[in-house]
Design a binder for this molecule. Structure first.
Ligand code: GLP
Length: 267
């Protein structure tokens, strides 16, 4: 795992934007994995800026989101589809027909949605780069603690903590879903490169466990220790639970100078 600690939220978004841009320049038809959540907002806004100033295009890009609430349709403002359109897709040149979420509407059989989503990802050639956040309980996507590390896209019941953490986004009389469809942990492990972004002190504990704790289903993000191409981008606050901080800073400096001398590694 490459751990990159940056000063603040803006620097995290800027660095993630640079890494994503590096991929799109060599592979304009890249398949991106995307995520919702407060953490990703600064990144999406950054990418919109880059599109508007002409330095990035998403015209040939395909995207797959990590998760979606169960039974919440696209026209519901609380759906992750609505979030993606509002914060990102409506402002760039991506073809929305090439943007996918594991949506499961009233008429769909939720047991079939997962395998179909897996097939769609496979048929698109797999995900080149997955952007994601981490839950305060260590979840990735909506893979809550105790999720099978071999899981595929399926329905998950949200934990009380996740429901509480996300309740800030719902008004009092609004229905807050307790079920979601999420890419599984094995689905995530199949992607070629992962950028995990975490900001704020409420993520410090989960980040510490993900990077330095044992690999365990009780902290689903810890499985990323077994992935060969993960960069964890943190602000100072999210990094406060790390014991090995000095080493990560030193390594990052080395990696930057190697990149300068030998260029970026591409497939
Ligand atoms: C949500 C999402 C995750 C997200 C995480 C953190 O519930 N399912 O994909 O990474 O929780 O969200 P936030 O960035 O708002 O803290």
């Amino acid at each position: 795992m490459e751990v990159i600690v940056l000063k603040n939220v803006e620097n995290v978004a800027a660095t993630a934007g640079v890494l994503l841009g590096e991929l799109l320049r060599v592979k304009p038809a890249a398949v991106l994995g995307l995520a919702t959540g407060g953490t990703q907002l600064a990144l999406y806004h950054r990418l919109v800026e880059k599109y508007l100033d002409g330095s990035l295009s998403f015209k040939q890009t395909t995207s797959f989101n990590l998760d979606e609430y169960l039974g919440v349709s696209a026209d519901n403002n609380q759906s992750f589809r609505a979030y993606m359109n509002r914060e990102f897709f409506d402002h760039i040149d991506i073809d929305k027909h090439n943007t996918f979420l594991p949506a499961c509407n009233e008429e769909d059989n939720p047991r079939l949605v997962g395998p179909l989503y897996e097939k769609k990802i496979h048929d698109a050639g797999g995900i080149d780069l997955q952007v994601m956040g981490i839950g305060a309980n260590g979840h990735i996507g909506f893979n809550e603690p105790s999720s099978s590390l071999g899981s595929r896209t399926r329905i998950k019941t949200l934990t009380k903590q996740t429901i509480e953490d996300n309740s800030r986004l719902f008004s009092k009389d609004e229905f807050q879903p307790k079920l979601a469809i999420t890419m599984g942990i094995a689905t995530i492990m199949d992607v070629r490169r992962i950028l995990l972004l975490a900001t704020g002190e409420n993520k410090a504990d989960a980040v510490g466990k993900m990077v330095e704790g044992p690999v365990t289903a009780m902290c689903p993000a810890s499985v990323l220790q077994l992935h060969e191409n993960v960069s964890v981008l943190l602000d100072e606050k999210a990094a406060t639970g790390l014991k090995n901080r000095q080493y990560y800073d030193w390594t990052y400096r080395q990696n930057e100078s190697l990149k300068e001398r030998f260029g970026i590694l591409h497939e």
